[in-house]
Design a protein around this ligand. Structure first.
Ligand code: CMC
Length: 429
């Protein structure tokens, strides 16, 4: 007989099925609890609440395991490419040579954006944050492709939208950067690989040749693979919930970008460098800032430390730390901010406050450092994360649509005023 859980409410017993995942993780299915008993469950931040069944990414925070479609992240980071991982996440299997060729060519063919979009860029104020620009531009793509509005169109149309998104995201990201720098934008060159094309659009100039540094391209490819999906986090859940209203894919992804922007999520990589610069400008007294992070009356947190699900180590951080050391050594970078990062990592890893709470550097600590070493401006860091996370968001959206999931609509426990009558203005104190 299948396992069940019993919940006793006001002396009455309710039996809830236990759902077991393929990795043996267990969930109490309370989907009929409200209709049967009138009770809901309350779980701030959804720390214990599953919102869906998913076959995309498995992670075990205690053991530090991360797998995409069953494949360990360590193997993918070492042997695969970002484009292959994108295919794997979206379509569920590693592509054969023909499938990979078709997918790369299709993505390679759709890199241009409509010339009218340039006018949007011109309208943003100087200093506009590239994440705000990216989210707006991705959302505006839906207006250029009205056929994409309906998520229930035939699979070829959905495929086209997915490929367009993956193709145009780097173009739009690089355009946001170029406009911010006051430099001419670079049109994509479709014979280049995905990563090389992006680096060329970011760092190339019409007045000189640009050669992609293979160390930079390799580090970038790894970073994008590591960021490609992370199951039901803040932005992935946002994409699913927006998509569940049957809003178009561009709008759902744009909402995911907005969710990623926050410093407690993807924005942490920017926040890490800003924090390190602040510590340097303040005289480099590491202990002062560690003490502030530990002080419960102080809102300061060590950015790039801690994780909602990884409480022993972040497997992505282990991989990226190696790449980080490699890039810094090979590029011979001498940067006082990066020295502070290394010292901070050393001190925090020994401090009992951080050790007891399982707070150690997460992927964003190292990715921020690498991006800085690669010459990517700080405000673009979260944009880099968004480019990496895009296939994951698409896969999450596609799975939600294919599973015909209902519109996301949580409940609440109301704690506001009970019924009262409208009071005329002259009676109010
Ligand atoms: N600095 C100092 N104290 C911390 C930190 C930190 N970075 N993170 C957590 N704590 C403390 C927190 O005060 C609490 O202490 P206590 O038990 O004494 O009240 C304890 O550790 C548990 O923290 P929490 O806030 O309950 O943990 P959470 O799972 O809700 O939050 C987190 C996870 C990532 C939001 C948090 O660790 C944090 O704010 N980190 C800094 C921001 C950051 O680096 N975010 C990127 C996460 S990785 C990117 C991604 O996958 O999205």
């Amino acid at each position: 007989m299948s396992e069940t859980a019993k919940i006793i409410l006001d002396g009455k017993e309710y039996v809830c099925p236990i759902i077991t995942g393929t990795e043996n993780e267990k969930a109490i299915d309370i989907s009929s609890l409200r209709s049967d008993s009138g009770h809901i469950t309350l779980d701030f931040g959804f720390k214990n609440t599953g919102s869906t069944k998913s076959a995309i990414t498995f992670l075990d925070g205690e053991k530090g395991i991360l797998r995409y479609r069953g494949y360990p992240i360590e193997q993918l980071a070492e042997k695969s490419t970002f484009i292959e991982v994108a295919y794997l996440l979206i379509y569920g299997e590693l592509p054969n040579p023909k499938e990979l060729n078709y997918f790369s060519n299709s993505v390679g063919r759709h890199t241009l954006v409509h010339e009218d979009m340039r006018r949007f860029f011109e309208a943003f104020p100087t200093g506009a944050h590239p994440m705000g620009i990216l989210s707006t531009m991705i959302s505006s793509l839906s207006t250029f492709y009205p056929h994409s509005q309906d998520p229930n169109r035939p699979m070829e149309d959905i495929d086209l939208t997915m490929h367009r998104l993956i193709a145009k995201m780097p173009t739009l990201a690089a355009m946001a950067y170029k406009f911010a720098m006051g430099q001419p934008t670079m049109y994509p060159i479709n014979k280049l690989s995905y990563i090389d094309n992006f680096l060329y659009m970011m760092f190339g100039l019409p007045v000189e040749d640009y050669e992609v540094d293979p160390i930079v391209a390799d580090a970038m490819d790894k970073l994008l693979i590591l960021h490609a999906d992370h199951e039901q986090n803040c932005s992935a859940s946002t994409v699913r919930i927006v998509g569940s209203s049957q809003a178009n894919m561009y709008s759902a992804i744009s909402a995911g970008i907005a969710a990623l922007w926050g410093p407690l999520h993807g924005g942490a990589n920017q926040a890490v460098i800003e924090m390190l610069e602040m510590i340097r400008n303040d005289g480099g007294n590491m202990q002062k800032w560690i003490d502030k992070a530990k002080d419960k009356n102080d809102s300061f947190r060590l950015m790039g430390f801690g994780h909602r699900v990884y409480k022993n180590f972040d497997p992505r951080a282990t991989i990226i730390k190696k790449a980080c050391d490699n890039v810094l050594d090979k590029m011979g970078i001498d940067d006082p901010v990066l020295d502070i990062a290394r010292k901070l990592e050393e001190v925090a890893l020994k401090d009992p406050y951080f050790v007891e709470r399982g707070l150690y550097p997460n992927v964003d600590f190292y990715s921020g450092i690498i991006y800085r070493a690669l010459g990517v401006p700080t405000e673009m860091f979260t944009v880099m994360f968004a480019i990496g996370r895009l296939p994951g968001w698409i896969a999450q959206w596609k799975e939600m649509i294919e599973n015909r999931e209902p519109i996301g609509r949580p409940r609440q426990v109301y704690v506001g005023a009970t019924k009262r009558d409208y009071m005329p203005m002259d009676k109010r104190s």
